[in-house]
Design a protein around this ligand. Structure first.
Ligand code: XIL
Length: 359
């Protein structure tokens, strides 16, 4: 190759390197500068795909398994506790200096058949054994646990009761919440014990009522001495629900005044299923998604939230591509997350960066 051509190539390579160097650092770094932990939910079975795993290694300081720490993975048969499915995530996290959150010890679903089939009087013992058995295996490796997921009833489904209808609630009433948290505290004195739920962000009556229900249930638990330490706000946010910062901020202040930490645990933005499809509509769609993410995250951070996780990092692998209420009838990919399938940073990525920087 003639020398001159080589010099030109060298110069453009240098320019490319410089451009890369000037590129914003990963979200985990931007967040960490402000004392914020940023992370994402992941699937163990996809970690072998570089397009999936490389951005997760780069951008996230925290990982949470999408399914590998649910009951059916951790105790598929009674008394057989196993980290088989979770272990690849714990190893990936070690390699990339990431912490792993646990999700979730007690939930109304993702239960193996043997739990569904158990007679109601056995459920108290089954719940205790699960919480204690799992934490005996994860103690020292997972320091942040969603102890109970989604215990609050949706007001449109159950207008007259705070507690979701589940096998746990039927067998024990609100007492199952206390039991789960007390058992967790005894089994792992160092872990942060979190109650996680959804439908808590929007500015409309249904969310007002769900927030009120959660506050009532938490006051009851704290009054009885149940060791709940934090509330995880899932923040799966439908764009067709209005959002204004003040009711959400007021709710977060109430939680903080009760001595609880707040986390955003499952952030993504759900477009209406009829969102326009043309290529030229994508910038407007991405801008709306980014604006909502920015509004919710900056409100939470202003109220003392220091942990933010998105539910997945890149659009092609979002659970919303499969979840019937969000799935696009035409099969088109959702645009709910910070990155696209090629690892490119979308407006939502920049919205999170700005929120972390306090802008
Ligand atoms: C979802 C996972 O993303 C899916 O892969 C799985 O099939 C079903 O569960 N709220 C929660 C999460 O708390 O556990 C759910 O995760 C998404 C909604």
């Amino acid at each position: 190759m003639p020398i001159r051509r080589r010099a030109v190539l060298g110069a453009s390579l240098l320019a490319a390197r410089r451009a890369a160097a000037q590129e914003l650092p990963p979200l985990r770094e931007i967040a960490a500068r402000r004392g914020i932990g940023f992370g994402t939910a992941i699937h163990a079975r996809l970690l072998g795909e570089a397009a999936y795993a490389a951005p997760i290694a780069r951008e996230a300081a925290l990982l949470v398994p999408e399914g590998e720490a649910k009951w059916d993975s951790l105790q598929p048969r009674e008394g057989r506790f196993t980290l088989e499915e979770l272990e690849p995530i714990l190893r990936f996290a070690d390699r990339n200096a990431q912490a792993v959150r646990g999700h979730t010890l007690v939930w109304h679903t993702a239960l193996p058949a043997w739990v569904w089939q158990a007679p109601a009087p056995r459920l108290r013992g089954i719940l205790e054994a699960h919480v204690a058995g799992v934490l005996a295996l994860t103690r020292g490796r997972i320091a942040d646990w969603d102890v109970v997921n989604e215990p609050i009833a949706d007001p449109d489904v159950l207008p007259h009761q705070d507690l979701r209808d589940s096998i746990w609630a039927r067998a024990m009433g609100e007492g199952y919440l206390d039991l789960a948290f007390r058992t967790a505290r005894a089994a792992d004195p160092a872990a942060r014990l979190v109650l996680n739920d959804y439908g808590l962000e929007a500015s409309w009556p249904r969310a007002d009522e769900k927030r009120a229900r959660l506050l009532r249930v938490l006051r009851g638990m704290l009054g009885r001495g149940a060791p709940v330490q934090a509330v995880g706000i899932q923040a799966h946010m439908p764009l067709d629900q209005p959002f204004a910062p003040s009711p959400f901020a007021a709710f977060l202040r109430q939680l903080r005044a009760m001595g609880l930490d707040v986390l955003l645990t499952e952030l993504d933005v759900i477009e209406p299923a009829g969102a326009p499809l043309r290529e030229e509509d994508i910038p407007a769609r991405d801008a709306a998604v980014a604006a909502r993410a920015h509004a919710v995250v900056s409100t939470a951070l202003a109220e003392g939230c220091r942990t933010v996780l998105t539910w997945g990092l890149a659009d092609p692998w979002s659970w919303l591509n499969l979840w019937p209420p969000a799935r696009r009838p035409d099969g088109a990919e959702v645009r709910a997350l910070p990155l696209d399938g090629a690892g490119r940073r979308k407006p939502m990525w920049h919205a999170l960066a700005r929120a972390f920087e306090g802008r």
